[in-house]
Write a protein that binds this ligand. Sequence first.
Ligand SMILES: Cc1cc2nc3c(=O)[nH]c(=O)nc-3n(C[C@H](O)[C@H](O)[C@H](O)COP(=O)(O)OP(=O)(O)OC[C@H]3O[C@@H](n4cnc5c(N)ncnc54)[C@H](O)[C@@H]3O)c2cc1C
Length: 349
Amino acid sequence: MARSPWDVIIVGQGIAGTTLAWHLREAGQQILLLDACEPVTSSKIAAGLITPITGQRLKLSWRYDEFLPVARKFYKNIEKLTGQKFFHDRIALRLLSSDEERQTWSERSRQPAFQAHILEPQPAPLLEADLCDTSDGGFAMNAAQLDVATYLEASRAVLAWESMRLDWQNDVTFSAQGLSVRGHQTRLLISCEGYAATLNPFFSWVPFNAAKGDILTVRFHKPVPPQCVHRGIWMAPTAEPSVFRIGSNYDWEKLDQVPSASARTQIEHRLKEFFAVPYTVLEHQAAVRPIIRESRPFMGLHPEQERLGFFNGLGSKGSLHAPWFANCFTDFLLHQTPLPEDLDIRKNF
Ligand SMILES: Cc1cc2nc3c(=O)[nH]c(=O)nc-3n(C[C@H](O)[C@H](O)[C@H](O)COP(=O)(O)OP(=O)(O)OC[C@H]3O[C@@H](n4cnc5c(N)ncnc54)[C@H](O)[C@@H]3O)c2cc1C
């Protein structure tokens, strides 16, 4: 690849780096992505679920109605540019499992903000009885899913990138004109390294509250409709009928990528509580979600080195949040549009 001067070099080709690269490229910037090309990363194994009503307390996902249209428009546009399909509208079933959840849902389901996401009419039954026990109740909602691995791969075919693990101490040289990164000249260098940013000497002061998650890939032994199902854990369809991704747990202690036997037992136990179809486990993977604060993204420039940027904290909602926040950071970098205070690393840490 020609060592031409780049406007921006982005370190990390996960959801964060890839989405930021597309936004900066659309704004006319020359972008180079550097990625360590690890076989397992948070983005590569993510299920890509985008769900309006989530969690034990059945809450509306933060600013969902604002973020989803932006995400859909962005991914659909990249589908056109790459000729690949990776953004899917889905039906998500939420099964209820306690009196408390049923009580909460009976109150929430009367509110227009929740009703807007509910499928009308509701399927009856939610799932066939020979697949799943739905006798405790539940509801079907409109949701979406990003096939993250395909999005990353399709993007690599179009964006300029290089396989490299950047050593921030030894590979970066500052000069009056800009930066030199292993021979590449650039105006800006942006860390989109996920949890690995904790090892970056320029940004190690940003506090993470990261959580490891395990995920199983299973093949069910009879046909299962391509819907997402949530009941403490979730089942996410894949491109292959009857192959689903099942997850996940949150482990805040052991922040490595080693699949955990106890997490697998826990996920399988929860699956068997409601899903009756026998299956074979094809794969078990684990990665660390880059959570800084409540899956809310954080971004900004280094307080002393204005040529170094940071875009991270996508947490467990990277697929939904990345496009809106990449747009926000692009406006800041190119048009000096002030960052909202609650996103700016300089104002929060
Ligand atoms: C089990 C699991 C399930 C998930 N399910 C969902 C889901 O259903 N929906 C959803 O929205 N989100 C989900 N997530 C979370 C989502 O994956 C994250 O929000 C997202 O992956 C974060 O992306 P990122 O680009 O910030 O980080 P990463 O994916 O970690 O990407 C960072 C990249 O930078 C590279 N890198 C790091 N340091 C360097 C360096 N020095 N030099 C070069 N390259 C470097 C890494 O190799 C990697 O490719 C899930 C996560 C897990 C673990």
